[in-house]
Design a protein around this ligand. Structure first.
Ligand SMILES: *[C@@H]1O[C@H](CO)[C@@H](O)[C@H](O)[C@H]1NC(C)=O
Ligand SMILES: *[C@@H]1O[C@H](CO)[C@@H](O)[C@H](O)[C@H]1NC(C)=O
Ligand SMILES: *[C@@H]1O[C@H](CO)[C@@H](O)[C@H](O)[C@H]1NC(C)=O
Ligand SMILES: *[C@@H]1O[C@H](CO)[C@@H](O)[C@H](O)[C@H]1NC(C)=O
Ligand SMILES: *[C@@H]1O[C@H](CO)[C@@H](O)[C@H](O)[C@H]1NC(C)=O
Length: 188
């Protein structure tokens, strides 16, 4: 009797776990282009990257002036342009090497919402661009808005990075270049 109860409890526990996992896991087609840590992906948890806009070649920059504003800026090797990618088991966080703050946004994820940083992590989904698989798009989870360098990818330093509905513009796509940090470690 006890054994039966235990077994049915275990079975329901197992079923619950299996059910939860099934809900969280992306579908098969998503697995083919959505980025999560796996051997074939350059993006892994705990690595440091500069993130280059494909159109402008400026990088995601945390303002040294206020430690808050996120814009595209020409590459200068500063830690305020370096981001650690952290996998949470479901999505990604981007943590500033300079301040430890996380890339996020204020308010609702819509067209023109500026990126900013906060002390609490924001979840992001990284996807391969479907046109050029070596480039990436970063989406607010469960939305159609992704990172967009303002003004169709204006290359001027200080150009805001916002969320915008995904369309084919390459100023919405990004290149991840692994940072000095790991090169330095290799040299040790
Ligand atoms: C996105 O949707 C999935 C599936 O409904 C859910 O598990 C996940 O928590 C959602 N993510 C966010 C950040 O809301
Ligand atoms: C930004 O953060 C860095 C690192 O925490 C700190 O050294 C610097 O003084 C801060 N700058 C401003 C303007 O708050
Ligand atoms: C894909 O984008 C990269 C830049 O990230 C570029 O070097 C490469 O030429 C592009 N490939 C094609 C087929 O356009
Ligand atoms: C986004 O940032 C730019 C400047 O960086 C500013 O002009 C604009 O008003 C901001 N947009 C919102 C909705 O706050
Ligand atoms: C946001 O931008 C996308 C792409 O330009 C557009 O299709 C969509 O209608 C816009 N959404 C709103 C609410 O303006």
């Amino acid at each position: 009797m006890l054994f039966t109860k235990l077994t049915s409890c275990l079975v329901s526990l197992f079923a619950l776990t299996a059910c939860t996992v099934a809900v969280v896991l992306p579908s098969r087609s998503e697995l083919e282009s959505r980025v999560y840590p796996r051997a074939t992906e350059p993006i892994q948890s705990g690595l440091v990257f500069t993130i280059h806009n494909v159109k402008a070649d400026t990088v995601v920059d945390l303002s040294a002036g206020d430690n808050k504003t996120i814009t595209g800026w020409s590459l200068n090797g500063g830690k305020n342009q370096q981001w650690t990618t952290i996998w949470t088991g479901e999505s990604w966080n981007f943590q500033s090497v300079e301040t430890g703050l996380y890339l996020g946004f204020t308010g609702t994820a819509g067209n023109g919402t500026n990126l900013t940083v906060a002390s609490t992590p924001t979840a992001w989904d990284i996807w391969h661009d479907t046109v050029n698989e070596t480039n990436y798009r970063i989406f607010a989870p469960n939305t159609t808005v992704n990172w967009d360098l303002w003004g169709y990818g204006d290359a001027i330093s200080g150009d805001p990075i916002t969320l915008w509905g995904a369309w084919s513009g390459i100023h919405q796509t990004w290149r991840f270049v692994q940072g000095m940090h790991s090169i330095y470690l290799l040299m040790l």
